[in-house]
Design a protein around this ligand. Structure first.
Ligand code: ADP
Ligand code: MG
Length: 716
């Protein structure tokens, strides 16, 4: 037995006796450095070895545990297969059985004849008798009560390069046995209401559960805990914001009516509803914090733009931020085209451009410092731009609205850097209203988790003038025909997007799991596709590739060339520029379509079908499985991306839905998806606590843990 001394959750593992340097190294690689880190490294599943069988009762192919006395142990090398085999003969009072291990010669030195041991593993049929193949073994001391690896439900941990489940059990069991007591983090009243175990029981049961039910409920407790803290955090952020002041931007309904009827199209009903929600919010004296979500092409820009114009008319400023230069330019052009009578000044500021328009097609190209000065003087009412807008030298004296397009492309810090106080004469401090926009469809459970501090406006339909995109699932036999068709379309002057297959991380640990490894593979796949299309399939057309490894500037240039029709076919990975409007591109061709989520395919398809020509989407798949074709066909009937996202979630489960970590959706989201009911109850629990005690004065431990949680999620 190792001496555990007095250990605390915060004790460093280097100070715990009996953990060798080799172990410490491996643990450190997993960022496990304290006792708490170790105890919070949870198993992914369990193996039920709880029943101990009599040797005479064993049946072939079953998984079982036996307990017996080691009668004999020996090792030999097979000269043919160059394997080292260790064999032990084990007997109990009902009979005896052989146990066999391959290439673990050291086992000879552990399993001494005469010792009692447990063996858990698969009962395998040999030439003329059954034997235990590669069983887990555990020596039993006289009088020993509890086992770690056998004769119980044993935890199986995510195995990472050399750190085995056996090793982890060996470390964790004695620490739990040393009576360590992590402090409770959830108020008792909530634990009771939710029927969840308290922390000390849960931490024991999550590692060494007396039954599988107990393991599940322990895991549920920890999932609840995370979701509860997240909801507390979300609700407190809301509360904080509701105490802040903002300039109330009042809308004149008549003005809005005039503005919208001057447009060349009618707003869809959910565009109107979203606009109304936004205008209501910015009319309040507290800052808005709202997410506008709608499929690619659903017309989010115009909705945000009308809010910006409304504020501009009253002399206030809006900062409109886009993730790329080409998108910023597109928004700027949209605004100046749609609102030619607006004389308040609409500007474009990126690292390579500075221009301003004071209405009636009067555009001036400026030097950057001059534009920055016009913004600082409050002359420019709407400044569209990239990160250039958040440079220190750019100031907005009358900023009331910040719009961030494709919000997921910015970090928290970048998103928030425009949210600074402005002061008026009576030295009151005001925060601007905040609107972010996203085309990523997020099922409700998830949005409540990820964006619980935001209000949500949804645009759920596409403008009426869109022609349905003809969508075909293409099997290998029809590939040539599809190529010929695409060729014909391009010869008529149209353009095409090609998206390469998604690269999936290999199941084998350590083979292709790192992001670096993946992006290397992805690059290879784009290059191969590009070679094939440019040399073999369409040698007479201009084919260009685009991928994540390119510099931002390089990508911008390619997108610009594509939008100026200098390129016929753009081959890229799934991370191509979203949001760019290219009406002449009428073909979206997706290789390995079955590897993408439905919602993602739907988003790709949304890049075409913007112009006056008929558009097409080809979903190439090598799979002949009926289910695959069925699934892909559901794109054809789908009403919107959100519906598909929810459907995909139901068909493929959260793991598949969230993809390979490319989405960057954190672990918490996963928990939310796996436990939709838990999100709701976590939110209710958090609401109840805050209703009683919004400053958490009576819950000092909770407040402290929340602070820790806050730091964790801001460390992005
Ligand atoms: P997204 O939501 O992807 O950002 P955009 O705002 O770029 O979409 O809009 C896509 C295109 O649809 C733009 O050219 C825009 O002018 C046009 N549009 C927006 N709303 C409507 C509508 N109600 N009817 C017709 N066209 C619209
Ligand atoms: Mg957009």
């Amino acid at each position: 037995m190792r001496a555990m001394g007095r250990i605390q959750p915060s004790t460093l593992l280097t100070e715990v006796q009996g953990i060798g340097p080799r172990f410490l190294d491996k643990l450190k690689k997993l960022k496990i450095e304290t006792v708490k880190d170790l105890l919070w490294h949870f198993p992914t599943r369990y193996e039920d070895y709880s029943q101990i069988y009599k040797i005479a009762d064993l049946q072939p192919n079953q998984n079982a545990t036996i307990q017996g006395i080691i009668k004999d142990v020996g090792g030999r090398r097979t000269w043919r297969r160059r394997l080292f085999i260790v064999e032990a003969l084990v007997s109990d009072d009902s009979g005896s059985i052989r146990a066999v291990w391959f290439n673990q010669p050291y086992i000879r030195n552990i399993l001494r004849p005469g010792r009692t041991a447990n063996f858990s593993g698969k009962i395998t049929t040999g030439e003329d008798e059954i034997y235990l193949s590669n069983p887990v073994y555990e020596l039993i001391d006289i009088g020993q009560q509890e086992t770690k690896h056998t004769g119980r439900i044993v935890p199986i941990y995510p195995e990472t390069r050399g750190l085995t489940s056996k090793g982890l059990r060996y470390l964790i069991k004695p620490i739990l046995g040393a009576g360590i007591k992590p402090p409770e983090t959830i108020p008792q009243e909530i634990l009771k209401r939710e029927s969840l175990p308290e922390i000390n029981i849960a931490i024991r049961d999550v590692h060494f559960p007396p039954s599988l039910d107990k393991a599940l409920i322990a895991k549920k407790r920890f999932a609840f805990e995370d979701l509860f803290f997240l909801q507390l955090y979300n609700l407190l952020e809301r509360l904080k914001l509701s105490k802040e002041k903002a300039v109330s931007v009042t809308t004149d309904i008549e003005e809005i009516r005039k503005l919208t009827s001057a447009l060349t199209f009618e707003l869809t009903s959910t565009q109107k509803k979203s606009l109304w929600e936004i205008l209501q919010d910015i009319g309040k004296p507290h800052p808005m914090n709202r997410l506008l979500q709608g499929d690619v092409g659903s017309g989010k820009t115009i909705v945000a733009a009308i809010a910006a114009i409304t504020a501009g008319r009253l002399g206030y400023q809006t900062a409109f931020m886009a993730p790329t230069e080409i998108l910023a330019r597109q928004h700027y052009q949209t605004l100046t085209n749609l609102f030619q009578n607006f004389e308040g000044g609409i500007a474009l500021l990126t690292s390579s451009e500075a221009r301003v328009s004071y209405g009636h097609n009067l555009e001036t190209v400026l030097k950057k410092p001059s534009l920055i000065k016009e913004i600082a003087d409050g002359k420019v009412k709407i400044a569209v731009g990239t990160h250039a807008l958040i440079q220190k030298n750019v100031t907005f004296p009358k900023l009331v609205l910040v719009v961030v397009d494709e919000q997921h492309r910015f970090g928290v810090k970048q998103r928030q850097s425009l949210l600074v106080y402005s002061k008026t004469q009576d030295s009151q401090k005001f925060l601007p209203h905040f609107l972010s926009m996203s085309a990523t469809p997020i099922p409700r459970t998830l949005s409540l988790t990820l964006f619980g501090d935001l209000d949500l406006s949804l645009i759920t339909e596409l403008p009426k003038n869109r022609r349905p995109i003809i969508t075909k699932v293409v099997a290998p036999v029809n590939r040539e025909k599809a190529y010929a068709f695409i060729h014909g379309q391009i010869k008529k002057g149209r353009q095409a997007f090609v998206v390469c297959p998604r690269i999936e991380p290999d199941q084998e640990p350590g083979v292709a799991n790192s992001q670096q490894e993946l992006s290397k593979l992805e690059l290879k796949s784009v290059k191969e596709e590009y070679e094939k299309l440019s040399k073999k399939v369409f040698p007479d057309l201009s084919v260009v590739m685009l991928h994540g490894k390119m510099k931002a500037k390089e990508k911008e240039n390619i997108m610009r060339d594509f939008s100026e029709e200098k390129i016929d076919i753009l081959v890229s990975t799934s991370v191509i520029e979203v949001g760019v409007d290219i009406p002449n591109a009428v073909i979206m061709m997706i290789e390995g379509a079955d590897r993408f989520g439905l919602a993602q395919l739907y988003q790709f398809r949304g890049r075409v079908g913007r112009g006056k020509h008929q558009s097409f989407c080809f979903l190439f798949t090598d799979s002949s499985a009926k289910a695959t074709h069925q699934r892909l066909k559901s794109i054809v009937e789908a009403k919107n991306g959100l519906e598909l996202a929810e459907k995909d979630l139901a068909i493929r489960g959260p793991g598949e839905f969230l993809g390979t970590g490319q989405t960057g959706i954190p672990d918490l989201a996963m928990k939310a998806l796996q436990n939709p009911g838990l999100v709701q109850s976590a939110r209710e629990a958090a609401t109840k606590i805050l209703e009683k005690d919004s400053s958490l004065k009576n819950y000092p431990l909770l407040a402290e843990n929340l602070e820790r949680f806050r730091k964790e999620i801001h460390r992005e």
